[in-house]
Structures are given as structure tokens and as C-alpha cells.
Write a protein that binds this ligand. Sequence first.
Ligand SMILES: Cc1cc2nc3c(=O)[nH]c(=O)nc-3n(C[C@H](O)[C@H](O)[C@H](O)COP(=O)(O)OP(=O)(O)OC[C@H]3O[C@@H](n4cnc5c(N)ncnc54)[C@H](O)[C@@H]3O)c2cc1C
Length: 417
Amino acid sequence: MPHSEERIRIAIAGGGIGGLCLAVGLMDKTNLDVHIYEGVPRYTDIGAGLALHKNAITAMDLIHPAIKKTYFAKALTMAEEEDEEMVTQVVLVSGPNTGEVVAELGKAKGRRTVARADLLDGLLALLPKDRVTFGKKLDSIKEDDASGKVTLTFKDGTTAEADCLLGADGVHSGTRKHLLGADHPAVPPKNSDGWRVHSRQLPMELAMKTIDSKWRRTVPILCGKEGHVNMMPLHMGKTLSIICVTRTGIASDGSVAPFEKERFADYREDAKAAVELVAEDPHITWELQQHDPAPYYNRRSIAMMGDAAHACMPFVGQGAAQAIEDAAVLTALFRRVDSVSQIEKALTAYDQVRRPRAQAVVTMGRDFGRLYDFALPGVEDDPVKMKQFMGKGAAFTNNADLEKQNQDAVDAFEALL
Ligand SMILES: Cc1cc2nc3c(=O)[nH]c(=O)nc-3n(C[C@H](O)[C@H](O)[C@H](O)COP(=O)(O)OP(=O)(O)OC[C@H]3O[C@@H](n4cnc5c(N)ncnc54)[C@H](O)[C@@H]3O)c2cc1C
């Protein structure tokens, strides 16, 4: 152990996808004493299925091969057949260009989705049990200016001390609030466009009575000016998940506006059939939120990551992927940290490399949503412009050179030493 015989204590607040991936990446480094403090007493299944794109899988591999293995062990193919090719088709279903396919995204054999709870359980199993404490909801953070040490106080009144705090505590992050200041306008997540999701999952057999059978083989995003409809087979084709996403989900008095299927009256029949199924059982609904860009992700020995740093609209399917990219960069950096005095430099390098890309993805998430609803200025419902915009976006998110991203961070760190 160069520089110091003492182990560097790293506290990770939040044992979600980002926090767990990071802990797995750091657990083999003998000079680091890594501990996750997770707020909930145990994970619960909130029914969220995640589809992870190529960059997420590459980032997993960069952190630790066991993460990718776990993902493939836990994820189920969308289709019945393991090697069946599937693609996300973005199709216009209202207006003069109805029928135009403006993007085919993520074409691959054996495309998978994973239940969030299953992935968390799998990642947790990769860590020694004593590295994670549940029921430790971070309440406040105190920094010692002289030593840089951080004291965490939890809701149950207990405390923990660390040399470094990495806040992976989700969209309503206390770490973000501490870093930016409670009154900073970028602290609370926002839903400026008024997005609301209306969701229904139903047995495939039942869905197939009214849904076009081609949507069993292809994941569609059916676009129109009143909102978009997304269908995705889950559980090896046994379940169909349908979501209708609208920008009219919040009434002017701030209450939740009811789901109005009449708004979709001029949509193509296959989209209307999906809307009808959601309207039959409109009770599962939630609001979407994203962060305004934070001016920095770190200060001294504290940094934020994942949704805590850059909560994103789901329209590019990148929230978890970006959390995993954060974990990959932090892993590369902390593998090189061998004294407490280097922590601040590592976190500065992390901020320099990750913030521009993560914030560009947040903007892209917002813009993809607007594009699906013909509301992106300069693009509207022009199929050619839509194709160009989405092609560029997909290349930026999925085909990024993540080995280079890690190397850029390491170079920035070494330049600061
Ligand atoms: C319905 C749905 C579908 C999604 N689909 C996709 C998708 O297909 N692809 C994709 O890439 N992304 C998707 N996302 C986004 C993705 O789930 C998130 O971006 C990702 O989970 C972020 O990981 P995280 O670890 O940063 O935060 P989280 O997963 O939110 O984890 C934060 C953790 O911190 C804990 N915590 C919170 N406060 C405290 C505290 N005070 N003290 C201690 N612990 C605390 C929480 O309990 C939680 O375990 C989806 C999200 C939703 C809701």
C-alpha cells in the first residue's frame, strides 16, 4: 500500500444501480474501505423494467466482468426465442406523414429487459454482506474543512465518518442539496413539459386480441402530437407493457389531469387500440422529472453520481446507463488513488469528464420526448429531420468510446497530481 498504511474510507450513499456498480468496482482495491449506506430497509419490486443499451453493457465490463455476467443472468429476453432479432421502431401515427418510420433503434438479437429489483439483488450478491447497511437514510452531511473528513448523520440518529462521500442517492438526493446548497434552482427535479406516463401491463394473449401482432416482434414508439405510445414485450414475450406518455398530465391547478383517450382520436388504428387498453385501466400513472444542469458534481471530498447528479427523462433509455458510466469512470480513478490527499483531484477529474456528457444526455432525453410529440422546434413532424436528429442522438449515447472516456479521466487526474 503506497503512501499510507491507512485505508481510505469511502461512503456511498444509496445502493441503487449506480452505487452498487461502483462498490463492486472498488471492492478489490485493498487500500479502500468501501461502505454503502442504503436508505430503505430492503429492496422492493416497483415493477420497473430496464432496457440497457450498448454503452451500459460496455461500462459494466469496464467496471468488473462480474457485473455484465450478473446482468445477463438476470435479464430476460423480450421475445420468446433467444436469438430472435428485435428493433425499436419509431413510427408516425398521426398527421400527414402517418406511416413514416423515422428510426430503427437498437436492432439486435436476443434483446433483453431486466426487472430493477432482480438486477439490484444480483449486484448485491457480488458484495460482501458487511459492505452494505440497509435502513440508513442519509439525513445530513458535515464536512471538516481542515481534514476533509465527512460525517454522515442518518435519520435513525446514528452517524458514520468517511474520507470521501459519493452520493448515489437518486433523483431527490440529499448529497446534491448539500453540494449545491438547498436554495440552488438546480436542486429540485422538474417537469417543465408536464410529462405524465399512463401504464398498463397485461398478458400477451389478452393484448393480442386487439393489438397488431407485428408489435409482438418489434418495440414500437408510435408518435403523434397528443403523446406517444410505447409497447414492449416482457418476460420472454408473455407480457405486453404499454405506456402512453402525454404532456398534458398536469392540470392548470396543479392536480393530475385524467387520461383522455379522445385526444388520440386521429391516431392510426393500431395506436388507438393500445390507447384503448390503457384507458380501460388508467390507474398506474406517474409524473416524469429531470434535473436542470448542476454547475459542478463535486466539492473537496464529496461528489454525486447517477440520478443524484443528472436525472434524465426516460425517452432515450439512458438513466441507468449513465449511472453505470459514472461508476466506470470513478472506478478507473479510484483504482489509482492511493492517499486521502488525492481524492479531491480524482473527483475533479470525474466532474471534468462526466458532467458534459451526462448533461448532454439529459438534454437529449428531453428533446427526444418533444420530438416524439412533434414539439421539437425546427424538427416538428418532418420525417427527414426526425431521422437525422435521432440517428445522431443514438450514435452519441450508444456508440461512445467509453475506454477513452475512462482514459480521459485518468489523464485529467494525473495532470492534477
Ligand atoms: C419506470 C422506470 C423505467 C426506467 N427505464 C429505464 C431504462 O429502460 N433504461 C435506463 O437506462 N434507465 C431507465 N430508468 C432510469 C433508471 O432507473 C435510473 O436512471 C437509475 O436507476 C439511476 O440509478 P441510481 O443508482 O443513480 O439511482 P436509483 O436507482 O434511484 O438509486 C438510488 C438509491 O438511493 C437510495 N436513497 C435515496 N435517498 C437516500 C438517502 N437519503 N440515504 C440513503 N439512500 C438513499 C434509494 O433507496 C435507492 O436505492 C427508468 C426509471 C424508471 C422509474
